[in-house]
Ligand binder design. Structure first.
Ligand code: NAD
Length: 500
């Protein structure tokens, strides 16, 4: 299969270990709620609903819970090391003015976090979204560290964001915001220190502006490796735009081949529902369709569309190009994002934003397999509910790692001043994703064997959880991925030694 061919304990009251966190407002986002669209009343309702359930949706708290969960399986870690691995090593905040096309002077806030440089320079996308917060950026940077370790590319984790709504700004405004953000960050970015890439609300054009600004600030050097996800003319890698979705298909295909979902051996013929129809979701829809899956539903912030015989993805794309959204596609049933998440289907792919599958809706999920194309779409409480129900989750740090993998290829090409052919990139991506998926599945088997060799409590991946006969619960795939990644990062940290 070559997807690029065509084109334990209840920790909801978890105390944050980092004294700097906790000052942010309650994080609440619900399916179908888009704050950018000014849907404040809907957001308010969701706030009330989630607050009642008492689930902490701060993504930085969530990633720390995920690390703690995995650390239980790594008793050999040197005391204190896990505290280091949970923190953000650098957080930069910049406030800057822009003269927007409407004639106003407006202030914007930008962040750039480095979570870890243990295995290499910081690497991570830049998000333009009205809901960007410092803690979201910290969380996304941490997820990058674990993702790079899972696919074994020599990067640490970083992330950036600017609080802005690209839908309400002109292209010219966005270019000015990008340039000023990069200029304010000054030498925080660099080809060997911290390398941005696209994320929600940014694209190859944004990366071209980042490169150009950095080049103006550092003339006379090969600055191409300072940013990835660039246009091809600027040294971008062929297939980078498709890479995240392609990696997702490769990882899902391999996991199915290995029996993660009993009775579902491949994506071919599988029914698929995808939340989010942007860079990742729309391309995933196309690639899964090409691989023989039946994509029955897709959605974006406006809502979703469903057809039980399968949507024609080219028609959805054409409709989105014409109207700006997937909703309203003729011949389909309109559904909400909440309905999409609850559709009976073989594979559910959240490809939008964080906290979509939570404690309050996890019991409604009726898929056989969740493949996390987005970062952080499932909360820890929802993880436990789905695991108990025997629904495996292919975690974000594996499922969406194709993007950073091809970014790594782009970085290497830029350093060597080479341009690799698509075949070469596809082949290398396939090897990386297969190896990473196997490593995570092997780790899950190893952990659960170690845990309970007798009764096979967690031995059957995806199978319903049985009561463990020892203290630790059987590990799910996310825990296995974190154990693998933390072990790799921790080993490197100890080999280097804690400086000085
Ligand atoms: P994008 O901005 O291109 O698309 C986001 C999509 O999600 C849009 O269709 C938007 O309408 C939809 N959306 C936003 N809010 C929503 C809501 N409340 N309900 C339903 N849909 C909503 O962003 P992207 O680059 O496709 O990124 C999507 C996810 O994938 C993010 O979590 C991102 O961090 C992750 N990711 C992206 C890349 C990459 O290479 N772009 C790599 C790894 C992970």
């Amino acid at each position: 299969m070559n997807p690029m061919k065509s084109f334990a304990t209840d920790r909801d009251s978890y105390p944050p270990a980092d004294p700097r966190i906790g000052s942010e407002p309650l994080y609440v986002r619900g399916p179908g709620v888009d704050w950018a669209a000014g849907d404040r009343s809907a957001a308010g309702e969701t706030t009330a609903a989630v607050a009642e359930l008492g689930e902490d949706l701060n993504p930085y708290h969530i990633v720390q819970q995920q690390i703690d969960q995995a650390a239980q399986y790594l008793p050999e870690l040197k005391p204190g090391l896990i505290d280091f691995l949970k923190r953000t090593v650098r957080m930069v905040t910049v406030d800057f003015p822009i003269e927007t096309d409407d004639g106003a002077i407006r202030m914007f806030t930008g962040y750039r976090a480095i979570h870890s440089r243990i295995r290499g320079p910081g690497k991570g996308g830049v998000r333009f979204h009205p809901d960007v917060t410092e803690d979201e950026v910290r969380a996304l940077a941490s997820w990058m560290t674990w993702k790079c370790a899972v696919v074994d590319v020599p990067f640490g984790g970083a992330k950036g964001g600017v609080v802005c709504d690209p839908k309400q700004l002109t292209r010219n405004d966005l270019r000015k915001i990008t340039r000023r953000y990069v200029a304010e960050l000054a030498d925080c970015l660099g080809p060997n220190t911290d390398i941005p890439a696209p994320d929600v609300g940014t694209d190859a054009e944004t990366m071209a502006w980042i490169y150009d600004t950095y080049q103006v600030m550092h003339p006379g050097a090969n600055n191409r490796p300072v940013v990835t996800g660039k246009p091809l003319d600027l040294g971008g890698a062929v297939g980078r735009r498709e890479a995240t979705a392609a990696g997702c298909l490769l990882a899902a295909g391999r996991a199915l081949e290995r029996g993660v979902v009993p009775g579902l051996k491949s994506v071919q013929g599988a029914t698929v529902a995808i939340q989010g129809f942007g860079n990742v979701g729309a391309i995933a829809a196309k690639l899964f369709e090409e691989a023989g899956a039946r994509v029955v539903a897709v959605s974006d912030w406006t809502g979703g569309v469903f057809h039980e015989r399968g949507l024609e993805i080219a028609a959805v794309e054409a409709h989105k190009r014409k109207t700006g959204a997937v909703s309203g596609l003729p011949g389909c049933r309109a559904i909400s994002n909440a309905e999409l998440l609850a559709l009976p289907c073989d594979i559910l792919i959240p490809a939008a934003i964080e906290n979509q599958i939570r404690r309050d809706n996890a019991a409604d999920v009726r898929t056989r397999f969740v493949v996390e194309a987005a970062n952080g779409p499932t909360t820890p409480a929802a993880d436990r509910i789905l695991f108990d129900r025997g629904i495996p989750i292919l975690p974000d740090v594996l499922a969406n790692a194709g993007g950073v993998t091809v970014s790594y290829f782009e970085w290497v090409q830029n350093i060597k001043m080479e341009a690799w052919e698509l075949d070469e990139i596809q082949g290398k991506l396939e090897v990386k994703m297969r190896r990473a998926t196997d490593a995570v599945l092997d780790k899950q088997e190893e952990l659960n064997r170690r845990l309970d060799p007798g009764d096979g409590a967690g031995g059957a991946p995806g199978g319903p959880r049985k009561t463990p006969s020892r203290r630790l619960p059987p590990a799910d795939l996310r825990t296995a991925a974190y154990v693998l990644a933390i072990d790799r990062v921790a080993r490197t940290a100890m080999e280097r030694g804690i400086w000085p």
